[in-house]
Design a protein around this ligand. Structure first.
Ligand code: GGG
Length: 351
């Protein structure tokens, strides 16, 4: 089959990790007889440099003409203080909004292959870890009204019932397919938006009698993720809380370089690692391509309905880890460190 994929490498390590991901997709295409046709587009800092804006109209047109979007990462100090210009991150936010990608699935899975050697928590998380964080992606404080003057700045958190309802349904339906436990994370003891969030989840809950709904304040959830991560199965939360909690969950599984994501709307999907552009290691072959490669597996599953091909990629990642391949973020002290390209090669050989 033929599939059209928009590719935005973005900034920093975005290039290296997406190059490895395309290597894997091409091999999968060959193996299963699919033709993946890529069209590159610009967003973020690279787009600011070339066009003056973080999300050129042409990029949106390219995405709209494709079946799915593979995204690397955006941002970097070079674009931090450009007066009167977009920041690179605004390009990513606008892209999600324009394409209607409101549901962000962020699985945090600890690989058995890393459990014993994980630099952080592998030793204490017995029996593995498999959490799915669902982050609302097109509302909240990232999209509310903003205001800045020299000595004052404001960001506004806004949510409509409709925005909460649609993400709540995704949360309940996802929990139904897993263990039937949904934890809704908010800050309802302080925020009005969180009170509406909690009320809406409560109202929807009777429609899903097979799902147990729990509520947790975000500060407690941050603590519980470190203290006892295995109590969670599906977490549904608003935009900023989900951004923060998924980075935290990533470190419990070993590295932020391992976590993929799918940003889904009603008829389009964008797939990106949850990590940013890591300008400090860009261009040095140090980035871990696994998060991006696993994001492409999510693309095969959710946008192209190719579950077998997706599983092939997931298994190849596990095999590469079982063979001892480690980029620097997941290597123990005396372990050999592989480059981004070497990790991509070993995964490709394991397909
Ligand atoms: N691949 C994710 C990425 O580039 N992250 C940088 C960023 O803009 N993060 C903000 C967000 O995800 O909302």
């Amino acid at each position: 089959m033929d599939f059209k994929i928009a590719v935005i490498k973005g900034d920093g390590i975005g290039h290296e990790i997406i190059d490895e991901t395309i290597k894997i997709l091409n091999k999968i295409g060959k193996k299963y007889g699919h033709n993946f046709k890529y069209t590159e587009a610009l967003a973020g800092g690279a787009a600011i440099d070339k066009t003056g804006t973080a999300l050129p109209e042409e990029t949106l047109n390219i995405c709209r003409g494709t079946d799915a979007l593979l995204f690397g990462a955006v941002g970097g100090p070079k674009w931090d203080n450009l007066p009167g210009r977009d920041r690179p991150e605004q390009g990513l936010l606008k892209l999600r909004k324009e394409l209607g990608l409101y549901a962000n699935l962020r699985p945090a899975v600890m690989f058995d292959e890393l459990r014993r050697s994980c630099p952080l928590r592998g030793d204490i998380v017995e029996g593995g870890l498999d959490i799915l964080i669902i982050r609302e992606l097109t509302g909240g404080i990232y999209f509310g009204k903003k205001y800045t003057e020299s000595d004052k700045a404001e960001d506004t958190m806004e949510y409509s019932r409709h925005e909460i309802e649609r993400i709540a349904h995704i949360g309940f339906q996802t929990a139904q397919k897993r263990k039937g436990i949904l934890t809704s994370v908010d800050k309802a003891n302080v925020l009005e938006t969180s009170r509406l969030w909690r009320k809406t989840f409560e109202e929807i809950s009777p429609g899903y009698p097979d799902v147990t709904l729990n509520h947790m304040y975000v500060d407690n959830a941050a603590m519980q993720l470190v203290y006892n991560p295995k109590q969670f199965d599906v977490i549904a939360t608003e935009n900023m809380f989900g951004d923060i909690l998924s980075d935290e969950a990533a470190m419990i599984t070993g590295s932020i370089g391992l976590l993929p994501s799918a940003a889904l709307g009603n008829n389009y999907g964008m797939y990106e690692p949850i990590h940013g552009s890591a300008p400090d290691i860009a261009g040095q072959g140090k980035a871990n391509p696994i998060a991006a490669i696993l994001s492409s597996a999510m693309m095969l599953k959710y946008s192209f309905n190719l579950p077998e091909e997706a599983e092939n990629i997931e298994n190849a990642v596990k095999k590469a880890l079982a063979k001892g391949c480690r980029t620097s973020d997941i290597a123990m002290k005396n372990e050999k460190v592989s480059t981004t390209e070497e990790m991509g090669d070993i995964i490709a050989l394991s397909l």
